[in-house]
Design a protein around this ligand. Structure first.
Ligand SMILES: *Cc1c(COP(=O)(O)O)cnc(C)c1O
Length: 340
């Protein structure tokens, strides 16, 4: 099979299961990052005593490269994703990757794997990953002084196989997605903490995800930021350490203000949300899902429909506005897309 055929198949398969045949990798030893190398996509050699396997010293990023409608490939807000990776690394006491080196690593990998970038509406999903690799189970309360940083890439299609559909969420005012101070770290530990709540909600109510609102403070779902939208206004929680500061979130706010919506970044209570639902729209934002409509909530075992339960007009407008910048059909006014 040709690479283009493999990519066409990858775009139709489950999100995040198909990878290009190469990866790029660098190690941190003796206080410095060594030169990176491109290698075949392969299993990682590591001691069973490796720090990350025991003490959760890992974080990651998720971003996309878009093939432009008129050719050429561009990466969406790489600088923001690298900054966030550095923030995550710092908060986990891991060696902080150098921004220039990360850029060079990605550029070198893409140069070797350009055939793996799907045409629009597909995209190349990029997964930079940082791990603590000190082989010591005695380092439970100390940082890993060795680390590995790699980037793998995955051709992806629409996150919602079978097309965009309104999601069903459980609104949970009891449980925490993660601990308050770790909310803005993009790390596996946060996903591990949220998982049992999400699984339970799926089994009980058949929902897609859980919107965490501990103590009535509406934060985010397991993997996406939350928006309330109507014809006048776009509302989302204001930045604090309790949730992940999405690059998509920030981009949508810029776009919404430019389209004439009033942008409100403020805390949202469960009561405010419930009052909003009959007449408003609700949506989730993230790199993979872009902006995904919510059609129904389950709260205290009761169902609450969002608007008419369908895909909201203003959610669609914002979603399409962002997609148009990403695929090059709209002007990149904000300088978000860099050639790669
Ligand atoms: C990655 C992530 C998001 C979305 O961030 P984007 O930068 O928009 O992709 C939201 N919440 C959590 C918990 C995440 O891990």
């Amino acid at each position: 099979m040709s690479v283009r055929e493999t990519v066409a198949n990858a775009v139709r398969s489950k999100f995040g299961t198909q990878f290009a045949d190469k990866m790029v990798i660098a190690n941190f030893r003796n206080g410095a990052w060594d030169d990176f190398k491109i290698q075949a996509f392969q299993d990682l050699p590591m001691s069973p005593a490796t720090h990350v396997l025991h003490y959760g010293s890992s974080c990651f990023e998720g971003l996309k490269i878009h093939r432009q409608l008129d050719g050429g490939d561009r990466v969406f807000r790489l600088d923001r994703h690298i900054q966030r990776l550095q923030t995550s690394a710092q908060l986990l006491c891991l060696p902080v990757p150098d921004a220039n080196q990360v850029q060079q690593m990605l550029a070198a990998l893409v140069e070797e794997c350009r055939d793996w970038i799907p045409d629009h509406p597909g995209a190349l999903y990029v997964r930079p990953t940082l791990l603590g690799t000190l082989p010591s189970i005695g380092a439970a309360a100390s940082p890993s002084t060795e680390a590995m940083f790699f980037i793998i890439i995955s051709p992806v299609g629409d996150y919602f196989s079978g097309g965009l559909r309104p999601l069903k969420l459980k609104l949970d005012d009891q449980n925490f997605r993660t601990s308050p101070a770790m909310g803005m770290v993009k790390c596996g530990g946060n996903y591990a903490m949220a998982l049992s709540h999400i699984q339970k909600a799926r089994e009980e109510f058949g929902v897609d995800q859980v919107l965490f609102a501990p103590g009535g403070d509406v934060q985010e779902t397991g993997a996406a930021n939350f928006f309330m939208i109507n014809a006048r206004e776009v509302r989302t929680k204001k930045l604090d350490t309790s949730f992940l500061h999405g690059v998509t979130r920030s981009s949508l706010l810029t776009l919404a203000a430019d389209l004439g919506y009033k942008v409100t970044e403020d805390n949202i209570t469960v009561n405010e949300l419930l009052e909003w639902l009959p007449k408003g729209e609700a949506a989730l934002s993230g790199t993979a899902a872009v902006l995904a409509p919510v059609g129904e909530f389950v709260y205290n075992s009761k169902s609450y429909q969002v608007g008419d339960g369908g895909i909201g007009e203003h959610t669609t407008r914002l979603r399409n506005g962002l997609l148009a910048i990403q695929n090059g059909s709209a002007e990149d006014k904000y300088g978000w897309m860099t050639r790669i």
